[in-house]
Design a protein around this ligand. Structure first.
Ligand SMILES: [Mg+2]
Length: 363
Protein backbone atom coordinates (compact mmCIF):
# COMPACT_ATOMS: atom_id res chain seq x y z
CA UNK A 1 0.00 0.00 0.00
CA UNK A 2 1.40 3.43 -0.96
CA UNK A 3 0.29 7.05 -0.54
CA UNK A 4 -0.47 8.63 -3.88
CA UNK A 5 -1.79 12.12 -3.12
CA UNK A 6 -2.35 14.44 -0.17
CA UNK A 7 -4.93 17.22 -0.63
CA UNK A 8 -5.68 19.93 1.95
CA UNK A 9 -8.73 22.23 1.87
CA UNK A 10 -9.97 24.89 4.23
CA UNK A 11 -13.47 26.06 5.01
CA UNK A 12 -14.74 28.98 7.09
CA UNK A 13 -17.73 27.49 8.88
CA UNK A 14 -20.35 29.77 10.44
CA UNK A 15 -21.61 28.72 13.87
CA UNK A 16 -25.38 28.23 14.25
CA UNK A 17 -25.25 30.93 16.94
CA UNK A 18 -22.34 33.02 18.31
CA UNK A 19 -20.46 31.49 21.26
CA UNK A 20 -18.03 33.07 23.74
CA UNK A 21 -15.35 32.33 26.28
CA UNK A 22 -12.93 34.27 28.45
CA UNK A 23 -10.05 34.23 25.94
CA UNK A 24 -11.58 34.46 22.48
CA UNK A 25 -14.57 36.72 23.21
CA UNK A 26 -17.53 36.19 20.88
CA UNK A 27 -16.83 33.66 18.12
CA UNK A 28 -18.93 33.47 14.94
CA UNK A 29 -16.85 31.14 12.69
CA UNK A 30 -14.26 28.43 12.88
CA UNK A 31 -11.88 27.28 10.18
CA UNK A 32 -11.99 23.61 9.27
CA UNK A 33 -8.87 22.27 7.53
CA UNK A 34 -9.44 18.90 5.90
CA UNK A 35 -6.96 16.40 4.48
CA UNK A 36 -7.73 13.70 1.93
CA UNK A 37 -5.03 11.08 1.53
CA UNK A 38 -5.49 8.82 -1.47
CA UNK A 39 -3.63 5.56 -1.83
CA UNK A 40 -2.65 4.07 -5.19
CA UNK A 41 -5.12 1.22 -4.67
CA UNK A 42 -8.03 3.58 -4.12
CA UNK A 43 -8.42 3.83 -0.33
CA UNK A 44 -9.18 7.33 0.93
CA UNK A 45 -8.32 8.53 4.43
CA UNK A 46 -9.96 11.64 5.87
CA UNK A 47 -8.26 13.87 8.42
CA UNK A 48 -9.09 17.28 9.81
CA UNK A 49 -8.23 19.98 12.27
CA UNK A 50 -9.72 23.37 13.07
CA UNK A 51 -8.86 26.81 14.37
CA UNK A 52 -10.88 29.50 16.15
CA UNK A 53 -11.85 32.21 13.66
CA UNK A 54 -9.42 32.33 10.75
CA UNK A 55 -5.99 32.64 12.37
CA UNK A 56 -3.59 29.91 11.32
CA UNK A 57 -5.87 28.12 8.86
CA UNK A 58 -3.93 29.03 5.72
CA UNK A 59 -0.57 28.20 7.36
CA UNK A 60 -1.81 24.77 8.45
CA UNK A 61 -3.15 23.92 4.98
CA UNK A 62 0.16 25.04 3.47
CA UNK A 63 2.21 22.94 5.91
CA UNK A 64 0.11 19.89 5.03
CA UNK A 65 0.48 20.20 1.26
CA UNK A 66 3.96 21.72 0.99
CA UNK A 67 5.86 20.16 3.90
CA UNK A 68 4.07 17.00 5.04
CA UNK A 69 2.64 15.62 1.80
CA UNK A 70 6.09 15.12 0.24
CA UNK A 71 7.26 13.30 3.42
CA UNK A 72 4.54 10.64 3.22
CA UNK A 73 4.02 10.26 -0.54
CA UNK A 74 5.07 6.84 -1.84
CA UNK A 75 5.23 5.53 1.74
CA UNK A 76 3.05 2.81 3.31
CA UNK A 77 0.27 4.76 5.11
CA UNK A 78 -0.22 1.97 7.66
CA UNK A 79 3.22 2.60 9.19
CA UNK A 80 1.80 5.52 11.12
CA UNK A 81 4.49 5.79 13.82
CA UNK A 82 7.24 5.96 11.20
CA UNK A 83 5.41 8.60 9.17
CA UNK A 84 4.53 10.57 12.30
CA UNK A 85 8.21 10.68 13.27
CA UNK A 86 9.23 11.70 9.75
CA UNK A 87 6.66 14.54 9.73
CA UNK A 88 7.78 15.68 13.18
CA UNK A 89 11.42 15.75 12.11
CA UNK A 90 10.69 17.59 8.87
CA UNK A 91 8.95 20.44 10.72
CA UNK A 92 11.09 20.29 13.86
CA UNK A 93 12.81 23.66 13.53
CA UNK A 94 9.55 25.56 12.93
CA UNK A 95 7.38 23.17 14.90
CA UNK A 96 7.24 21.21 18.17
CA UNK A 97 3.79 22.74 18.61
CA UNK A 98 1.92 25.58 16.88
CA UNK A 99 0.57 25.16 13.35
CA UNK A 100 2.94 22.24 12.69
CA UNK A 101 1.24 20.18 15.42
CA UNK A 102 -2.16 20.96 13.91
CA UNK A 103 -0.98 19.96 10.43
CA UNK A 104 0.64 16.71 11.61
CA UNK A 105 -2.56 15.95 13.57
CA UNK A 106 -4.78 16.24 10.49
CA UNK A 107 -2.51 14.01 8.41
CA UNK A 108 -2.14 11.47 11.21
CA UNK A 109 -5.94 11.21 11.59
CA UNK A 110 -6.22 10.45 7.86
CA UNK A 111 -3.48 7.82 8.11
CA UNK A 112 -5.33 6.05 10.94
CA UNK A 113 -8.52 6.19 8.88
CA UNK A 114 -6.70 4.38 6.05
CA UNK A 115 -5.14 1.86 8.44
CA UNK A 116 -8.53 1.03 9.97
CA UNK A 117 -10.26 0.85 6.57
CA UNK A 118 -7.50 -1.41 5.23
CA UNK A 119 -7.91 -3.63 8.31
CA UNK A 120 -11.72 -3.65 7.90
CA UNK A 121 -11.97 -2.49 11.51
CA UNK A 122 -13.71 0.45 13.18
CA UNK A 123 -11.03 2.66 14.69
CA UNK A 124 -12.31 2.31 18.27
CA UNK A 125 -11.77 -1.46 18.12
CA UNK A 126 -8.48 -1.31 16.23
CA UNK A 127 -7.07 0.97 18.94
CA UNK A 128 -8.11 -1.21 21.87
CA UNK A 129 -11.90 -1.61 21.92
CA UNK A 130 -12.47 -1.06 25.63
CA UNK A 131 -16.09 0.16 25.86
CA UNK A 132 -18.31 1.37 23.05
CA UNK A 133 -20.52 3.39 25.43
CA UNK A 134 -18.82 6.72 26.16
CA UNK A 135 -20.35 9.13 28.69
CA UNK A 136 -20.65 12.57 27.12
CA UNK A 137 -21.25 16.10 28.36
CA UNK A 138 -22.60 19.21 26.65
CA UNK A 139 -19.69 21.64 26.31
CA UNK A 140 -21.44 25.00 26.54
CA UNK A 141 -19.60 28.07 25.18
CA UNK A 142 -21.79 30.57 26.90
CA UNK A 143 -19.91 33.26 28.81
CA UNK A 144 -21.82 36.14 27.16
CA UNK A 145 -25.30 34.72 27.75
CA UNK A 146 -27.71 36.31 30.21
CA UNK A 147 -28.83 34.17 33.14
CA UNK A 148 -32.12 33.48 31.36
CA UNK A 149 -30.39 32.47 28.12
CA UNK A 150 -27.96 30.30 30.08
CA UNK A 151 -30.93 28.54 31.66
CA UNK A 152 -32.63 28.02 28.29
CA UNK A 153 -29.43 26.62 26.77
CA UNK A 154 -28.95 24.28 29.75
CA UNK A 155 -32.53 23.04 29.53
CA UNK A 156 -32.04 22.38 25.82
CA UNK A 157 -28.99 20.23 26.63
CA UNK A 158 -30.95 18.25 29.23
CA UNK A 159 -33.79 17.77 26.71
CA UNK A 160 -31.26 16.38 24.21
CA UNK A 161 -30.39 13.70 26.76
CA UNK A 162 -27.20 15.09 28.31
CA UNK A 163 -26.50 13.94 31.84
CA UNK A 164 -23.44 16.15 32.36
CA UNK A 165 -22.99 19.84 31.53
CA UNK A 166 -20.08 22.25 31.19
CA UNK A 167 -20.37 26.02 31.39
CA UNK A 168 -17.94 28.92 31.01
CA UNK A 169 -16.64 31.02 33.89
CA UNK A 170 -14.20 33.95 33.93
CA UNK A 171 -16.57 36.94 33.98
CA UNK A 172 -14.94 40.19 35.19
CA UNK A 173 -16.00 39.53 38.80
CA UNK A 174 -16.00 36.17 40.57
CA UNK A 175 -19.34 37.09 42.13
CA UNK A 176 -20.93 36.95 38.65
CA UNK A 177 -19.51 33.48 38.05
CA UNK A 178 -20.83 32.33 41.43
CA UNK A 179 -24.35 33.50 40.60
CA UNK A 180 -24.26 31.80 37.18
CA UNK A 181 -22.87 28.50 38.49
CA UNK A 182 -25.37 28.52 41.35
CA UNK A 183 -28.26 29.03 38.94
CA UNK A 184 -27.17 26.20 36.63
CA UNK A 185 -26.61 23.89 39.60
CA UNK A 186 -30.10 24.68 40.87
CA UNK A 187 -31.55 24.00 37.44
CA UNK A 188 -29.86 20.63 36.87
CA UNK A 189 -30.18 19.37 40.44
CA UNK A 190 -27.54 17.68 42.59
CA UNK A 191 -26.95 14.52 40.55
CA UNK A 192 -25.73 15.85 37.22
CA UNK A 193 -21.98 16.50 36.97
CA UNK A 194 -21.24 20.18 36.28
CA UNK A 195 -17.87 21.20 34.85
CA UNK A 196 -16.66 24.81 34.59
CA UNK A 197 -14.16 26.20 32.08
CA UNK A 198 -12.25 29.45 32.67
CA UNK A 199 -10.32 29.46 29.37
CA UNK A 200 -7.15 30.75 31.11
CA UNK A 201 -8.91 33.84 32.50
CA UNK A 202 -7.23 33.99 35.89
CA UNK A 203 -3.94 34.51 37.68
CA UNK A 204 -2.94 31.61 39.92
CA UNK A 205 -4.12 33.47 43.04
CA UNK A 206 -7.48 34.29 41.43
CA UNK A 207 -7.88 30.68 40.34
CA UNK A 208 -7.19 29.31 43.83
CA UNK A 209 -9.77 31.67 45.26
CA UNK A 210 -12.32 30.77 42.57
CA UNK A 211 -11.66 27.05 43.01
CA UNK A 212 -12.39 27.25 46.74
CA UNK A 213 -15.57 29.28 46.24
CA UNK A 214 -16.96 27.29 43.30
CA UNK A 215 -16.53 24.01 45.18
CA UNK A 216 -19.65 25.00 47.06
CA UNK A 217 -21.63 23.98 43.95
CA UNK A 218 -20.08 20.53 43.65
CA UNK A 219 -18.14 21.32 40.48
CA UNK A 220 -16.80 18.20 38.74
CA UNK A 221 -13.69 19.85 37.31
CA UNK A 222 -12.22 23.31 36.85
CA UNK A 223 -10.89 23.61 33.31
CA UNK A 224 -7.99 25.81 32.16
CA UNK A 225 -7.91 28.06 35.21
CA UNK A 226 -4.74 29.86 34.12
CA UNK A 227 -2.05 30.13 31.41
CA UNK A 228 -1.37 26.67 29.94
CA UNK A 229 2.42 26.97 30.23
CA UNK A 230 2.36 27.73 33.98
CA UNK A 231 3.02 24.20 35.19
CA UNK A 232 3.82 25.13 38.78
CA UNK A 233 0.77 27.41 38.87
CA UNK A 234 -1.47 24.50 37.88
CA UNK A 235 0.07 22.39 40.64
CA UNK A 236 -0.65 25.13 43.18
CA UNK A 237 -4.26 25.50 41.96
CA UNK A 238 -4.80 21.76 42.42
CA UNK A 239 -3.04 21.67 45.78
CA UNK A 240 -4.34 24.89 47.36
CA UNK A 241 -7.70 25.04 45.60
CA UNK A 242 -10.63 22.70 46.17
CA UNK A 243 -11.32 21.36 42.68
CA UNK A 244 -9.55 18.96 40.31
CA UNK A 245 -8.14 20.69 37.22
CA UNK A 246 -8.78 19.71 33.60
CA UNK A 247 -6.37 21.04 30.96
CA UNK A 248 -4.86 20.21 27.62
CA UNK A 249 -6.57 21.91 24.67
CA UNK A 250 -3.64 24.34 24.55
CA UNK A 251 -0.92 21.72 25.00
CA UNK A 252 0.28 20.57 21.61
CA UNK A 253 3.06 18.12 22.41
CA UNK A 254 3.41 14.93 24.45
CA UNK A 255 6.24 16.61 26.38
CA UNK A 256 3.97 19.44 27.55
CA UNK A 257 1.49 16.87 28.89
CA UNK A 258 4.30 14.97 30.57
CA UNK A 259 5.48 18.13 32.35
CA UNK A 260 1.98 19.05 33.58
CA UNK A 261 1.08 15.51 34.68
CA UNK A 262 4.43 14.98 36.44
CA UNK A 263 4.01 18.20 38.41
CA UNK A 264 0.55 17.11 39.61
CA UNK A 265 -0.88 20.06 37.67
CA UNK A 266 -3.82 18.23 36.13
CA UNK A 267 -6.40 15.63 37.22
CA UNK A 268 -8.19 15.35 33.86
CA UNK A 269 -5.72 15.57 30.96
CA UNK A 270 -7.71 16.83 27.99
CA UNK A 271 -5.81 16.25 24.75
CA UNK A 272 -7.31 17.30 21.43
CA UNK A 273 -6.33 14.90 18.66
CA UNK A 274 -6.57 17.73 16.13
CA UNK A 275 -3.73 19.67 17.75
CA UNK A 276 -1.56 17.32 19.82
CA UNK A 277 -0.35 15.03 17.04
CA UNK A 278 -3.50 13.28 15.88
CA UNK A 279 -4.69 9.86 16.99
CA UNK A 280 -1.04 8.91 17.61
CA UNK A 281 -0.45 11.91 19.90
CA UNK A 282 -3.77 11.52 21.71
CA UNK A 283 -3.16 7.83 22.44
CA UNK A 284 0.31 8.57 23.83
CA UNK A 285 -1.21 11.12 26.23
CA UNK A 286 -3.95 8.63 27.21
CA UNK A 287 -1.31 6.01 28.09
CA UNK A 288 0.75 8.56 29.98
CA UNK A 289 -2.34 9.46 32.03
CA UNK A 290 -3.15 5.80 32.62
CA UNK A 291 0.33 5.18 34.03
CA UNK A 292 -0.32 7.98 36.54
CA UNK A 293 -3.74 6.54 37.47
CA UNK A 294 -5.51 9.45 35.78
CA UNK A 295 -8.52 9.40 33.46
CA UNK A 296 -8.28 11.01 30.03
CA UNK A 297 -10.92 13.25 28.50
CA UNK A 298 -11.09 15.11 25.18
CA UNK A 299 -11.53 18.58 23.73
CA UNK A 300 -13.56 19.36 20.59
CA UNK A 301 -14.18 17.10 17.54
CA UNK A 302 -16.44 14.66 19.37
CA UNK A 303 -17.18 12.75 16.15
CA UNK A 304 -13.56 11.57 16.19
CA UNK A 305 -12.81 11.54 19.94
CA UNK A 306 -15.68 9.16 20.67
CA UNK A 307 -13.66 6.43 18.92
CA UNK A 308 -10.54 7.21 20.96
CA UNK A 309 -12.29 7.32 24.34
CA UNK A 310 -14.11 4.07 23.49
CA UNK A 311 -10.72 2.47 22.82
CA UNK A 312 -8.97 3.12 26.15
CA UNK A 313 -9.42 1.77 29.67
CA UNK A 314 -9.12 5.13 31.44
CA UNK A 315 -11.77 7.15 29.57
CA UNK A 316 -13.56 9.98 31.34
CA UNK A 317 -16.22 12.14 29.68
CA UNK A 318 -16.36 13.04 25.99
CA UNK A 319 -16.90 16.73 25.33
CA UNK A 320 -19.69 17.33 22.83
CA UNK A 321 -18.34 20.62 21.53
CA UNK A 322 -20.11 23.76 20.30
CA UNK A 323 -18.15 23.70 17.01
CA UNK A 324 -20.38 20.90 15.73
CA UNK A 325 -20.05 19.41 12.26
CA UNK A 326 -23.40 17.59 12.23
CA UNK A 327 -24.69 19.41 9.15
CA UNK A 328 -21.59 18.46 7.16
CA UNK A 329 -21.17 14.77 8.00
CA UNK A 330 -22.53 11.69 6.25
CA UNK A 331 -23.41 10.11 9.61
CA UNK A 332 -23.10 12.28 12.73
CA UNK A 333 -22.18 10.64 16.03
CA UNK A 334 -24.88 8.55 17.72
CA UNK A 335 -25.91 9.91 21.14
CA UNK A 336 -28.65 8.79 23.51
CA UNK A 337 -29.33 9.10 27.24
CA UNK A 338 -25.97 10.60 28.13
CA UNK A 339 -23.83 8.20 26.11
CA UNK A 340 -22.18 8.53 22.71
CA UNK A 341 -21.19 5.64 20.47
CA UNK A 342 -18.48 5.44 17.82
CA UNK A 343 -19.15 4.38 14.25
CA UNK A 344 -19.17 0.63 13.60
CA UNK A 345 -17.91 1.07 10.03
CA UNK A 346 -14.25 0.48 9.08
CA UNK A 347 -12.20 3.63 9.69
CA UNK A 348 -12.95 6.45 12.12
CA UNK A 349 -16.40 6.95 10.63
CA UNK A 350 -16.09 10.71 10.01
CA UNK A 351 -16.84 11.41 6.35
CA UNK A 352 -17.76 14.84 5.06
CA UNK A 353 -20.64 15.88 2.83
CA UNK A 354 -18.39 17.86 0.52
CA UNK A 355 -21.34 19.39 -1.32
CA UNK A 356 -22.47 20.98 1.99
CA UNK A 357 -18.98 22.26 2.78
CA UNK A 358 -18.15 23.61 -0.67
CA UNK A 359 -19.90 26.96 -0.24
CA UNK A 360 -17.54 27.78 2.66
CA UNK A 361 -14.35 26.89 0.78
CA UNK A 362 -11.51 29.40 1.24
CA UNK A 363 -9.07 29.89 -1.60
MG1 LIG B 1 -11.97 24.33 27.28
Amino acid sequence: MKVDRVVASRFSIPLPYPVSDATHGVITHFTLVTVQILTRDGVEGIGYTYTVGKAGGRAIASLIEDDLGPVIEDRDPRRVEALWKAMWQNTHYVGRGGPASFAISAVDIALWDIKAKASQEPLWRLLGGFNRQVPAYAGGIDLHLSLDELGTRTQRSLARGFRAIKMKVGRPRLREDMVRVESVRELIGPDIPLMVDANMAWSVEEAIRASRRLAEYDVFWLEEPTAPSDVQGHARIQCEGALPVAAGENLHTLEEFEALISANGVAFPEPDATNCGGVTGWMKVARLAEARNLPVTSHGVHDLHVSLLAAVANASYLEVHGFGLDGYLESPMAFTSGYAEPSARPGHGVSFQWNQLRRYLET
